[in-house]
Design a protein around this ligand. Structure first.
Ligand SMILES: [Zn+2]
Length: 229
């Protein structure tokens, strides 16, 4: 559709806020201004040893941990994440990814590559996409850095037991990830991206898989984290 038709269409059928369903006329937004103002931003940007970072102390060696918002049950963010995961709203992921990108655009050392936390292939097939990858796309657009594709996959313990593939098997208690081409991450500052980090156990499993790669630096970013951890 050309621009004129698109704007005409938007007036007739405006987008609706993913939280309260009121109309919104800015096609780049996913929330009305009222819901946006109630998101509950953490302002962790200038707070390196924030509660999310502290969660990883003693479990994983990371540079930065960043959460954009606090996650409350029945809050605006939960509505957004529900739309992202269960209603096909990929744009919710890229929207928040861009916001994360703007917040991280001056971290030092700068991030070189983004790793979205992989979804189990069966889950991804049902959903049609990996929501963390949608967030990564937004971050990637703003920071102008690539997303690592086909380096990490989520696997099942039984599959890795029975099939010998080029994937390097990784089993701990969670045993959910496998890696290939790990050398491509040498000397890189990688940013692991996920929608919500609560206990951090999944993220730690992923970091365990990456941590011995030569001269790697690891940071973590997510949209939401509970305010009381
Ligand atoms: Zn709203």
């Amino acid at each position: 559709m050309d621009k004129f038709v698109t704007s005409f269409f938007n007036i007739l059928f405006p987008k609706t806020c993913v939280s309260c369903e009121n109309p919104i006329y800015d096609k780049n937004n996913i929330l009305c201004s009222d819901c946006f103002s109630k998101l509950g931003f953490t302002y962790y940007k200038n707070f390196v040893e924030n509660p999310l970072y502290e969660k990883f102390i003693g479990q994983a060696n990371i540079e930065y941990a960043y959460a954009l918002c606090y996650f409350y049950k029945d809050g605006i963010l939960q509505h957004c994440l529900h739309a992202l995961k269960y209603k096909g709203h990929k744009d919710v992921g890229t929207f928040f990814g861009k916001l994360i990108g703007y917040e991280l655009n001056d971290i030092d050392p700068p991030v070189d590559i983004i790793i979205p936390v992989p979804l189990h292939p069966k889950k991804e097939k049902v959903r049609g996409y990996n929501q963390a990858e949608m967030i990564a796309k937004g971050v990637s657009k703003v920071l102008k850095i690539p997303i690592a594709i086909n380096i990490i996959k989520r696997t099942k313990f039984t599959e890795t037991q029975t099939k010998k593939t080029k994937w390097e098997r990784y089993d701990n208690l969670n045993g959910v990830f496998a890696i290939q081409n790990s050398k491509s991450l040498a000397n890189k500052h990688v940013l692991i991206v996920d929608d919500v980090i609560t206990t951090g156990a999944t993220t730690v499993s992923l970091i365990d898989l990456l941590k011995d790669i030569e001269n790697i630096k690891i940071s973590v970013a997510c949209i939401g984290t509970p305010d009381k951890i």
